[in-house]
Design a binder for this molecule. Structure first.
Ligand code: DAH
Length: 351
């Protein structure tokens, strides 16, 4: 029989059984073990493993509680007090280590995540509009500000809308296989935006003032022709509309687009859908020559009729222009193909 170890919580010496002696020895030896294990835990993950090992539900300390069950009524509170004291001690050691490791990890994270505010920023590359989109937008704004309404039509068009309704007879050269891209069963890739004249009249009736921008297709390719290009179409129908209205509208438009000093030339021409027909040229400084930018004329009575408009009551004027050519003249672009190659060195110049 030996005396109890001199624990402060235990003032009165008691005769101890062997079970109690062994249990107390085991409890006492746990503290240095925990101390070593805690010191060896160098991160929070390992620390948690140590906590489970010493303080968890199936830990050494809970094992001691089980062993206490075998002690006598007198010994139980003695062992319990000591066990609690040790448990408190290990818990305090654990807390201390936890604080240390948390502080260390925070410090490391701050170093790792620190931002060097003296580094130059990362620029986001901003896109910009394509030159054709730029002129399409400008042209649209000019005409809508004059009261024209924006309409659209399909790119796969029937031969009737693309040709017949526009007074283009079966033998018209534009219908030739070489120029027109045919699809199926009387359909073509529209060769111009003029079919929207008919569609707009059928949809809205007279009087009306409409514009359209969009893609058109022809079997043609060189420095000034692309198989896909862009046009804008305009149509105004009302009572007592004359060539004077046409001239005034188009001159106003070209001045708004190119500036007051733009050099404009009107020439008599021929289109099946207009009578009389007028072609409009703009001086191209880059190429030192006149460049045709616009076809126009007074709407042919057959065209009005095909649009369901009475040519006895109404007259009108129409115009169509190549947006690609307009962009070339406006921005001094030497080759049409530059517009379709998507070379960013070229396109970025329009930012
Ligand atoms: N559609 C014609 C073409 O593609 C352009 C044109 C000429 C349109 C005269 C018109 C017009 O509206 O009146 O060449």
């Amino acid at each position: 029989m030996s005396e109890l170890p001199n624990d402060p919580s235990n003032s009165a010496p008691v005769e101890a059984t062997q079970e109690l002696t062994e249990l107390l020895a085991d409890i006492a030896s746990t503290v240095p073990l925990a101390r070593t294990a805690l010191a060896g835990a160098t991160d929070l993950k390992r620390l948690e493993e140590v906590r489970v090992e010493f303080l968890g539900k199936k830990s050494k300390l809970s094992d001691f509680s089980t062993r206490m069950g075998a002690l006598s009524k007198e010994e139980k509170p003695v062992a319990g007090k000591i066990l609690n004291a040790r448990k408190g001690e290990i818990t305090a050691l654990f807390k201390q280590r936890q604080d240390e490791l948390e502080a260390r990890e925070l410090e490391q994270r701050l170093v790792r995540e620190s931002v060097d505010i003296t580094l130059p920023g990362l620029r986001t590359i901003r896109g910009n509009r394509h030159p054709v989109a730029l002129v399409a937008q400008q042209v649209t704004e000019i005409f809508t500000s004059m009261g024209f309404r924006l309409e659209s039509g399909p790119e796969i068009e029937t031969e009737w809308f693309n040709f017949d309704a526009l007074n283009m007879t079966d033998d018209h050269p534009a219908r030739d296989m070489q120029d027109t891209l045919y699809t199926e069963r009387g359909h073509v890739l529209r060769t111009h935006t003029s079919p929207t004249q008919i569609r707009s009249m059928l949809k809205l009736g007279a009087p009306l003032a409409v514009i359209t921008t969009g893609r058109v297709y022809r079997n043609d390719s060189d420095a000034t022709h692309s198989p896909m290009f862009h046009q804008m179409e305009g149509l105004l129908v009302d009572e007592n509309i004359s060539v004077g209205h046409l001239k005034g509208t188009l001159t106003t438009f070209l001045k708004a687009l190119f500036g007051e000093n733009v050099k404009v030339r009107l020439r008599p021409s021929f289109f099946p859908f207009t009578e009389p027909s007028i072609e409009v040229d703009v001086w191209n400084e880059q190429r030192k020559g006149w460049m045709e930018v616009l076809g126009s004329g007074m709407v042919h009575p057959n065209v009005l009729r095909n649009g369901g408009v009475d040519p006895e009551k109404y007259t009108g004027f129409a115009f169509g222009l190549g947006l690609d050519r307009l962009a070339m003249v406006k921005y001094g672009i030497p080759d049409l193909r530059l517009l379709f190659e998507n070379d960013l060195r070229f396109l970025r110049q329009f930012a």
